[in-house]
Design a binder for this molecule. Structure first.
Ligand code: DAH
Length: 378
């Protein structure tokens, strides 16, 4: 490196020799002292130059060799004690050493700031074109099942209907043949929004079932009608692994001339066989729901053990699935449909329960956990 070729060493020795030989005006000792000081100093500086490897080191070096208290500053001050001739000679050498040190320091400063900049740039480098691996989102298991159910029913000519979650007491209960004080209201613990009125059209509930959509749609469109209504329902219940306050149901309704229970059974068997991608059998047991007559509990053959009996079906070979029946004449009348001309079936099942069955989810609370690790499994 350039600074290894410092030239002043040789010159100092030359000067030293000259002064020691010829000068009798000045004590040769003083000149000798200055010259050897300069020589030592230049050697010392040269030794240290190699170990300066950062800014802090460089500042220290600068302070040591060029600072106010440096030896060089002291020698400069002492120059005045030398005779004019020597002062000039040695002064030049001092100037030269100072110049070389200054050049070294500023070159190093430049080198370090370049290094620092390069490091900074390397650290801040950002490849905006780089492809970042992202976790792909998936549809919530309930949405997946809902889509499948909608697909199957639309292929059978059903329409997808919707209704509000805040519902009148009349649509949620009265029109469905569940008048006030009817024991069936106790089956569905209700979140009341307002309950001051004697007119049930003016009291509001968070709907406890999607059956209310039957009423809205029959009132609006009359018969014939064929719909399913998937949606969210609310019950004021204690929570456990299989009960939630909020869950999803699908209501089904078909009203036309000459509709019988066999249509209901065939429709449900078709839907379940599509969902589970295998032949599923359905059986009806008598059950009571005020809005159907006759009413049934509908079970399907256990898809895990194929009807042989397992833990999931409690060794019965059947899974309890939903309520259904033939639409009660009172309900048809409430919706201005003539029960002498039209008949229909209705059913309602828990979409949440179906998703749990389909995906083997054992606790309803997982479904509202919003945990990515859980949800990304489906
Ligand atoms: N709405 C009932 C419930 O939430 C389910 C139901 C039962 C719907 C029988 C129906 C039906 O349409 O016919 O428990």
């Amino acid at each position: 490196m350039w600074y290894k070729n410092l030239t002043f060493n040789a010159n100092f020795y030359t000067l030293y020799r000259i002064f020691s030989a010829k000068s009798n005006k000045l004590s040769p000792f003083s000149v000798k002292t200055v010259v050897s000081q300069l020589s030592d100093l230049s050697k010392k500086a040269q030794d240290k130059m190699n170990s300066v490897n950062n800014f802090a080191g460089l500042l220290e070096f600068e302070k040591e060799f060029l600072g106010k208290k440096s030896e060089l500053a002291k020698i400069s001050r002492d120059l005045k004690n030398l005779p004019a001739e020597e002062k000039k000679e040695i002064g030049q050498q001092v100037g030269k050493l100072r110049q070389e040190l200054t050049t070294f320091i500023s070159a190093k400063k430049e080198e370090f700031s370049q290094q620092e900049l390069a490091q900074k740039l390397a650290g801040e480098w950002l490849d905006v074109t780089k492809e970042i691996p992202r976790k792909k989102g998936t549809l919530h298991p309930i949405s997946q099942i809902q889509q499948k159910v909608e697909e199957v029913f639309t292929s059978m000519g059903f329409e997808i209907a919707d209704g509000p979650e805040i519902e009148t007491e009349w649509n949620n209960f009265d029109a469905l043949n569940i008048p006030a004080h009817h024991p069936a209201r106790d089956m569905q613990d209700t979140f009341w929004i307002s309950r001051e009125n004697s007119d049930s059209h003016k009291n509001y509930v968070l709907r406890t079932q999607t059956s209310d959509v039957q009423i809205r749609k029959m009132l609006k469109h009359g018969a014939p009608i064929r719909l399913i209504a998937p949606g969210r329902v609310f019950r004021n219940e204690d929570l456990d692994a299989s009960h939630g306050n909020v869950f999803y149901q699908v209501e089904g309704l078909l009203v036309d001339e000459g509709i019988s229970l066999s249509h209901l059974k065939g429709t449900i068997e078709t839907m379940l066989s599509e969902i589970f991608a295998k032949k599923v059998k359905v059986r009806l047991r008598p059950g009571f729901f005020p809005f159907v007559e006759p009413g049934f509990e509908v079970d399907f053959s256990c898809t895990l053990c194929e009807g042989k009996g397992c833990k999931t079906c409690k060794n019965t070979g059947w899974i309890e699935f939903m309520g259904a029946g033939m639409v009660h004449p009172n309900v048809l009348k409430n919706c201005n449909i003539n029960p002498a001309k039209f008949s229909g079936f209705a059913f309602g099942f828990g979409l949440t329960r179906l998703a749990m069955m389909k995906f083997g989810i054992d606790d309803i609370r997982h479904l509202s956990s919003q945990k990515i690790d859980f949800l990304s499994q489906f």
